[in-house]
Design a protein around this ligand. Structure first.
Ligand code: BES
Ligand code: ZN
Ligand code: ZN
Length: 516
C-alpha cells in the first residue's frame, strides 16, 4: 500500500478511481476537484433531479469517464455523500469513505485518489480539524474495505489490497499535517483489522494459548515486550479469578502482559505508564451457569476487550508514541465440566479480598479483578479496562455506544473527548455507593452478581473493589464489539471497537502531558 500526496492544481491523472466527498444537493467543491472526463455526467446528474444521488449521507454513485482509455486519466469517479454542509464532521467522512472502501473491495478497485471538501467549503478548518478529517477519511476507506474471509475455501474474489492511494489537496501548506494523518490512520486501521481478525476467529482456533502466541508474534513484528504467565505461575501470582474461570476447560488459561517502552526521549522503563486491561474470554458458554443455546456462537467474541488492548499496544509501538504503555490480557475459556467452578464457590484474590461466585456466567469480572490488582504494581498514570462485560449494557445503550464508568472525572472526560474524534461512542453510567453496597456477600467480602437491574453498573462496582488504588475507567463494549448488520466502515462481525479509542487516549495523555 503506497500513499502519496498530490496537489489538485497539478491535475488529476492516473489512478483508476477517484473518490470525492460531496455535500447534499450536489454542492461540489471547486471544479478542480472533478477530473477531466466527468464534467458532463455531473452536470446531467445535477440538472436531472434524479433521486439516486443527491449527496446525502450514505449515498454512493459511480460515474464513468467519457475520455478515451488511452489518456492517463481516471476511469471512474465515485461520489460519496457527506450530507448537509452545516453538519460536516469527521465521522461523516469516516462513514462516507467507509462506504467507498467497501465498494472498492467488492469491485476490486485498487488504485484510488481521495478528495474531500476544501478550506473554503468548510470555512477554514484549523490544522487540528484538517488532521482529524484526513485521519477519518483514510480510516473509513481502509476499515470499510476489511473482510474476514480466511475460512472460505474457495475465495469468491482475489485477495484484495489497496495498491496506490493518493490524497489530493488544495494547497501544499498543510502537507506535513496530512502526512502525519496518513501515517496515523494507516496504523490505526491496520491494528483495528488485527483486533477484528482475532475476534472473528472461532474458539477452536483461538484458544487462550493461541491468543498468547499471536501476541508474541505481534510483539516481534511491532516491537514491544511480552510475557505470558500460565500454569503454576498463575498460582504463584495468586491469579485466583483466572484460575477459577479457566479450570473447566482443557485449554489452559494465560495471563498475557504486553509492554511498550518508547526508545526515544526521557521516557524510561521507570516512567509511569498508562495501563490497559482487556477481557479475553475466548469462549463464554457461561460455565456451570450455562447460557441458553441461541446465539451462543457469538460468545467467541467475548475476547473483544483483550483484542482491542493487543491492537492498541501494537499501534502505539508502530506509531512510536512517546508514552510507556502496558496491556494486561487475562485469557481463558469459560466451559462447564467436572473440573469447572461451581456457583457458591469462594475464591481469594491477591489483594486479600474474598469473592463468592454466585453465577459462573459473570466470569469476566472475575478475571478482570486479577488484572486490575496486577496493574497496581506499575504505579500507573491511569488504568482503563475494556470488556464485553454485560448483556445489561446492551439493553441500556443498544449497539451504538459503550458504557463508561470510573473513579476519576478528568480521565472519563478525556475518554469522552477522544471518543468524539474516533467515532467510537461512549455513554456514562453512575457508579454510586448504593451499587457497591449491593455487591456485598453474606459470607465472603463480595459476590460476583447482584440484582438483574442495573447489571452493567453492578459489574463496574465489582471491578471498582480492585481498582481503588489508582485513576481508573471502565468501558463495557458488550454491545459495540460486534455488528449483526454491516455498517459503513464496520463490515458484519467484529468491529474492533476500542482499539482506536485507546490509541487516541494514550496519544492525548502523551501529547498534553496529562495527569489525573
Ligand atoms: N460475555 C457476557 C456478556 C455479553 C452478553 C457480551 C451479550 C456480549 C453480548 C458476560 O460474561 C455475561 O455472561 N454476563 C452476564 C452477567 C450476569 C450473569 C450477571 C449477563 O450479562 O447476562
Ligand atoms: Zn459470561
Ligand atoms: Zn463473558
Amino acid at each position: 500500500m503506497n500513499f502519496q500526496i498530490e496537489l489538485l492544481k497539478s491535475g488529476i491523472t492516473g489512478k483508476d478511481t477517484i473518490i470525492v466527498g460531496v455535500f447534499e444537493d450536489l454542492e461540489l467543491m471547486k471544479k478542480s476537484s472533478i477530473p477531466l472526463g466527468f464534467q458532463k455526467q455531473l452536470e446531467m446528474l445535477k440538472a436531472s433531479g434524479l433521486k439516486e444521488f443527491r449527496g446525502k449521507g450514505g449515498e454512493t454513485v459511480i460515474l464513468y469517464s467519457t475520455e478515451p482509455d488511452t489518456l492517463d486519466l481516471p476511469k471512474r469517479l465515485v461520489l460519496v455523500g457527506l450530507g448537509k454542509k452545516e453538519v460536516y464532521s469527521s465521522e461523516r467522512l469516516r462513514n462516507a469513505f467507509g462506504g467507498a472502501g467497501s465498494l472498492c473491495r467488492d469491485k476490486n478497485f485498487r488504485s484510488v485518489g481521495l478528495i474531500i471538501p476544501d478550506k473554503k467549503a468548510s470555512r477554514s478548518p484549523a490544522k487540528e480539524d484538517l488532521y482529524q478529517r484526513h485521519v477519518a477519511m483514510i480510516e473509513g476507506l481502509l476499515l470499510g474495505a476489511y473482510r474476514f474471509d480466511k475460512y472460505k475455501s474457495k475465495k469468491e474474489k482475489v485477495e484484495f489490497r489497496f495498491e496506490d492511494i493518493v490524497v489530493f489537496m488544495e494547497s501544499g501548506s498543510m502537507n506535513n499535517t496530512v502526512r502525519k494523518a496518513i501515517e496515523f490512520s494507516r496504523v490505526t486501521a491496520e491494528v483495528t483489522g488485527i483486533a477484528r481478525d482475532l475476534m472473528n476467529t472461532p474458539a477452536n482456533d483461538l484458544t487462550p494459548a493461541a491468543l498468547a502466541d499471536q501476541s508474541i508474534k505481534m510483539a516481534k513484528k511491532y516491537g514491544f515486550r511480552i510475557r505470558v504467565i500460565s500454569g503454576k505461575d498463575l498460582v504463584k501470582n495468586k491469579m485466583s479469578g483466572v484460575i477459577a474461570v479457566g479450570k473447566g476447560s482443557e485449554n489452559p488459561p494465560q495471563f498475557i502482559i504486553l509492554e511498550y517502552i518508547p526508545r526515544t526521549g526521557k521516557l524510561s522503563r521507570n516512567s509511569r505508564p498508562v495501563v490497559f486491561v482487556g477481557k479475553a474470554v475466548c469462549f463464554d458458554s457461561g460455565g456451570i451457569s450455562l447460557k441458553p443455546g441461541a446465539n451462543m456462537d457469538k460468545m467467541k467474541n467475548d475476547m473483544g476487550g483483550g483484542a482491542a488492548v493487543i491492537g492498541t499496544i501494537a499501534g502505539l509501538a508502530a506509531l512510536k508514541v512517546p508514552i510507556r504503555a502496558v496491556g494486561l490480557v487475562p485469557a481463558v475459556e469459560n466451559l462447564p465440566s467436572g473440573s469447572a467452578s461451581r456457583p457458591g464457590d469462594i475464591i481469594k484474590y491477591a489483594n486479600g479480598k474474598t469473592v463468592e461466585i454466585l453465577n459462573t456466567d459473570a466470569e469476566g469480572r472475575l478475571i478482570m479483578a486479577d488484572a486490575l490488582t496486577y496493574a497496581e504494581r506499575y504505579n500507573p498514570v491511569a488504568v482503563v479496562d475494556i470488556a464485553t462485560l454485560t448483556g445489561s449494557c446492551v439493553v441500556a445503550l443498544g449497539k451504538f455506544a459503550a458504557g463508561l464508568m470510573g473513579n476519576n472525572e478528568k480521565l472519563m472526560e478525556t475518554i469522552e473527548k477522544v471518543s468524539i474524534t474516533t467515532g467510537e461512542k461512549v455513554w456514562r453510567f453512575p457508579l454510586w455507593q448504593e451499587y457497591r453496597e449491593q455487591m456485598k456477600s453474606d459470607i465472603a467480602d463480595i459476590k460476583n452478581v447482584a440484582t438483574r437491574e442495573g447489571g452493567a453498573i453492578n459489574a463496574a462496582a465489582f471491578l471498582l473493589e480492585f481498582a481503588e488504588g489508582y485513576n481508573w475507567a471502565h468501558l463495557d463494549i458488550a454491545g459495540t464489539a460486534w455488528v449483526e448488520k454491516s455498517g459503513t466502515y464496520t463490515p458484519l462481525g467484529a468491529t474492533g471497537f476500542g482499539t482506536r479509542l485507546l490509541i487516541g487516549l494514550a496519544k492525548t495523555i502523551s501529547d498534553q502531558k496529562l495527569s489525573f
